[in-house]
Design a protein around this ligand. Sequence first.
Ligand code: AMP
Ligand code: GLY
Length: 431
Amino acid sequence: MKVLVIGKGGREHALCWSFAKSPNVKEVICAPGSDGIRSVARCVPIEETEHEAIVHLVKDELIDLVVIGPEAPLVAGLADELKEEGIRVFGPSKQAAQIEGSKEFAKDLMEKYEIPTGAYRVFDSLTPAIEYVKEQGAPIVVKADGLAAGKGVVVAMSEEEAVTALEQILDEKQFGEAGARVVIEEFLEGEECSLMAFMNGETVVPMVVAQDHKRAFDGDRGPNTGGMGAYSPVPHISKEAIKQAEQTIVRKMARALKQENCSFTGILYAGLMMTSDGPKVIEFNARFGDPEAQVVLPRLITPLDEVIFSVLKHEEIDVEWCEETVIGVVLASDGYPGSYDTRVPIDSSVFKQQSGPFFHAGTRELDGEWMTNGGRVGIVTGMDRSLEQAQKSVYTVLQDAQTDGLFYRSDIGSRAISASSPSASSEGKKQ
Ligand code: AMP
Ligand code: GLY
């Protein structure tokens, strides 16, 4: 079969790489793809916003399955348009993608269907929002309602910080229309984890979990980013807690969306906080996580297309995952998530597959030279029987490379390693 992946980032590289491994897939096409993705897919220069051109491409190329990587085309209704043309697409409708596109929509649904999440209120003007912050006290979390590439969230440790964030979002329009409304949310404490599931209505096939690292710098300091690295499995989160989240959160949300007449087909991503009260939702996304896809898909043994086709037929198949740990460390441009230079040369030794592939995100090739072309440049992955070994293999690659103008976190995976060593875990809790 022929598969089309929409997008051009690290997640889409991992999707194309995964499809390319399948014995059932004759060709993977990626639109628009990137110079890095070209090693596993034929890239065609059609942007994710060019819906009509995508429809033509699918018809001309007789494509059997379309998978949409990023949230923006989903929220813009690309899956609906493809479906109307009779094209097989694995991605939610515009309406169902609101689970990610509007935090207010997601929170209201969770409240209505009693899906565990932090207490919250929604505001569209500054004065009552500030009053609410003063009433609740800090720490407290301020979130732009709409899409902001993972950067629209401020975990405020003081009231002043929350007020500044509100001023920037509501008054100074830091995120434009995406910040016309804000959600102010209870601060949740615990271990974070990302639980993704293949979904089609009430048919749910959960994936193995991953842990992302959202803050820019070591020790979970600095601003929130789209994600600086991840690993899977997450050994210090119990299987029982994950099972509980599958039941009380993911399956419940599948039923809720169906009952609301916006049945969900595609990947539902639940960002969870494992609190002392059980798992609670931080956010839902309507697609694979980035960088979670880059550490979860390499563990998938069942061909990706087989999982998707089964779910489309409403079969909850037993998916096979390998037991090994995959860790991925993001190489980012200095300045990210703020402004950064592009065209910074990249030492291509980071691309060489060690124990796992390099997934390109913001790179381009010009006359045989690789250079940066985005905030997150790519992700170096490692795969091994132990997290320690996987971590070592990734950091060996990065330490041996020339990374001027770039940065990466040096502690991806360390939380899990210290949680499993008894002397370090008490120290970990104190921080
Ligand atoms: P989000 O974009 O909603 O996933 O938020 C980005 C990051 O902010 C999350 O990965 C958490 O680390 C943090 N965060 C978001 N909401 C909360 C919350 N209610 N309590 C504590 N931390 C949060
Ligand atoms: N890594 C978080 C996200 O994909 O939203």
